[in-house]
Structure formats: structure tokens, C-alpha cells
Design a protein around this ligand. Sequence first.
Ligand SMILES: *[C@@H]1O[C@H](CO)[C@@H](O)[C@H](O)[C@H]1NC(C)=O
Ligand SMILES: *[C@@H]1O[C@H](CO)[C@@H](O)[C@H](O)[C@H]1NC(C)=O
Ligand SMILES: *[C@@H]1O[C@H](CO)[C@@H](O)[C@H](O)[C@H]1NC(C)=O
Length: 253
Amino acid sequence: KLMALEARPLLWLALWTLAVPARTAPGEEHCTVERRADLSYAEFVQRYAFSRPVILQGLTDNSRFRDLCTRQRLLASFGDSVVRLSTANTYSYQKVDLPFEKYVEQMLHPQDPISMGNDTLYFFGDNNFTEWASLFRHYSPPPFSLLGTTPAYSFGIAGAGSGVPFHWHGPGFSEVIYGARSRWFLYPPEKTPEFHPNKTTLAWLRDTYPALTPSARPLECTIQAGEVLYFPDRWWHATLNLDTSVFISTFLG
Ligand SMILES: *[C@@H]1O[C@H](CO)[C@@H](O)[C@H](O)[C@H]1NC(C)=O
Ligand SMILES: *[C@@H]1O[C@H](CO)[C@@H](O)[C@H](O)[C@H]1NC(C)=O
Ligand SMILES: *[C@@H]1O[C@H](CO)[C@@H](O)[C@H](O)[C@H]1NC(C)=O
């Protein structure tokens, strides 16, 4: 009981800290990732695909898909389906199966700032696209592909303050479908960030980020619903959902 009472002010403090920059200047002065509207495929390949992240605007119109992703509609269609949850840490993902409705009712709350990533379960990836086909057939994936790769999708929903700590894999795209803002931190493959693999991104932002020297800071940006972020092969990245968010990633493997 006491723990819960103590944790609450901390939680509000953390969420307030996240929200304030957004209120004063939409978080945009910190965006160090290029944003491009109407980028051609040729320029994407030449300038970004193998060298740096980019945020693409106006790439696809997923408004229909977005309309189907409200909490109410998702619950009505998929409340009974069992989803596979993963822990929010870097290397060892423990998995737990739970009906989607239970996840939404019991676990879709703001991230507790004092809990560890390896103790936090959230829904991202491990999707059953057969069972959820009536939803996913409305998704328009990013139209840019890379030679020799096949896209694989990961869909998820998580509360404010949730996210994945630093990790890397092959190239891909990520977009926020519903709920808006998602803050991204990225480092090139040769610049391994300072982080604890079992700490949440929220804890990293609070404990590590403020002390970084300018040259040790990541590239970062807050992406909005409708924008698509591209990350190249092996780039380190960590994410932080500023609102309860529905997101989908396309991994090119
Ligand atoms: C989570 O990680 C921390 C630090 O790495 C460790 O002390 C703790 O036992 C882990 N918790 C679980 C449930 O494995
Ligand atoms: C996906 O869902 C379908 C329909 O509910 C089920 O038959 C199938 O076993 C599921 N696949 C996996 C990999 O869980
Ligand atoms: C992180 O947590 C996992 C699982 O809870 C544990 O096995 C591992 O030892 C922890 N890693 C570190 C670096 O503490």
C-alpha cells in the first residue's frame, strides 16, 4: 500500500517532465533526424537507406486503419484473442500469453517509473496476422523496399511512458498509428550507447540522458501519427511512447 502511494507522485512527475517540452515547443527543437516529405525512392536509397535515419511524411495514408485502431473497436473485434506479451528489456524477452481484453484492462496503464524493463510486460510483435487479418488488410505498409529483403510486421499497443530500451537489428520502418507521439533515440552502429539492458527507456531518460555530453547524445526526434521513421541496418535505437500508442514496425530482413 505504502509503495503505491509513494510511486504515484513519482509517476506524475515523470509524465509531467515528458509532457512539458511538448507543450512549450512541440518537442520539435530537439529533432535531429531529417524530416522529408515526398521523398523519391531513388533519393531514399542514395541518401538514407544505408547511412542514416530519416522521417518520411506523406508516404502512405493509413487513416482507415487508424480508425479501426481505437481502443473500443479493437476490443470489440479482438477482445477474446490471446496476445503474446514480451518484457520491455534489451536481450532476454520473457513471453506471457493473455487475452487482449485483459491486457487492455489490466496492463495498458502508464509505465511505472520505478519498475524494471525486465519486469514490464507489453504487447509488441508476436502477432497472429491470420487471426487479425480483418484489421491488417487495411494497413498500407511503407512502399520502399530494399533489395533482397522481405518485410515482417510487428504491431503493438502500450501505455504512456512505455518503450523499448536500446537494441539493434536489421533495417526497418516504424510508425505510430494512433495516440500520436513517440520519441526515438538513435546511435550509429559504431557508437554503442551507455545503457542498462534491463532498465526502461523512461529510467534511461531520467538517469543517463541528462548527463550526456553533446558529442555523446543520440540523434532524436518525436514522431507523430502519420509519420514513418526509417532506421538503417544495425543502428541502435530506443523508443518512448509519450501517449498510449498503437504502433507498427516493418522489419526488412
Ligand atoms: C531484472 O533485472 C534486474 C537487474 O538486471 C535483476 O536484479 C532482477 O532480478 C530482474 N528481475 C527479474 C524478474 O528477472
Ligand atoms: C492464429 O490464430 C488462428 C485462429 O485463431 C489459430 O488457429 C492459430 O493457431 C494461431 N496461430 C498461432 C501461431 O498462434
Ligand atoms: C536482465 O534480466 C534478465 C531476466 O530478468 C536476467 O536474466 C539478466 O541477468 C539481467 N541482466 C543484467 C545485465 O542484469
